[in-house]
Design a binder for this molecule. Sequence first.
Ligand code: GRF
Length: 199
Amino acid sequence: MSFRIAILISGSGSNMEAIIQASQEGILQGLCEVVTVVSNKPSAQGLTKAHNQGIPSVCIQSKDKSREAFELELLNYLKLFRVDYVILAGFMRVLTSFFIGHFPKKIINIHPADTLKFQGVGGYEWAFNKNLKQTKITVHYIDSGVDTGAIIAQAVVGLSDCKTLEAVKHRGLAIEHRLYKEALASVFSEQKKQICVAF
Ligand code: GRF
């Protein structure tokens, strides 16, 4: 079996691309299929990238909507695709327990810092401004807090030779792309084993 995943984005979608590629011809092949991509921002470059890959992709705008109205719309859309997992990849919108309750332990996020040390937006800026010699990337489950869910995997990013914020982001993103697909592969294969045992 292959899990049906939806990827939620708000921006460039480089993690999304890495996951799509891994699902088609890499470590995620046979473990998951990216059935749709949703952006809450119409300007997200990732939307065009997903569309060019032939993946059904839409913008469901969150601007000027209440959290409830936006999440209901998103939920109804995802139901059409019988989504098993919701994968957040640069999705800049906090989800409420209403939405999370529909996907218990099935919403996963990547955060550009150690979630035990820094939560919220601007993980690379935080590491750069603090002049850290290293930082961490975290893949974690989503719970009702901001970046407080159970950690699935982390990877260290060495920063001692990064002189600019751009260099920090560049180094970090390359590690994100590898870590996210590996972490998802481990979650999906573990889940697959449990389903097989249950049968
Ligand atoms: C990444 O740094 C991710 O960790 C954070 O938002 C950024 C998204 O980048 N949550 P991209 O859209 O995947 O290129």
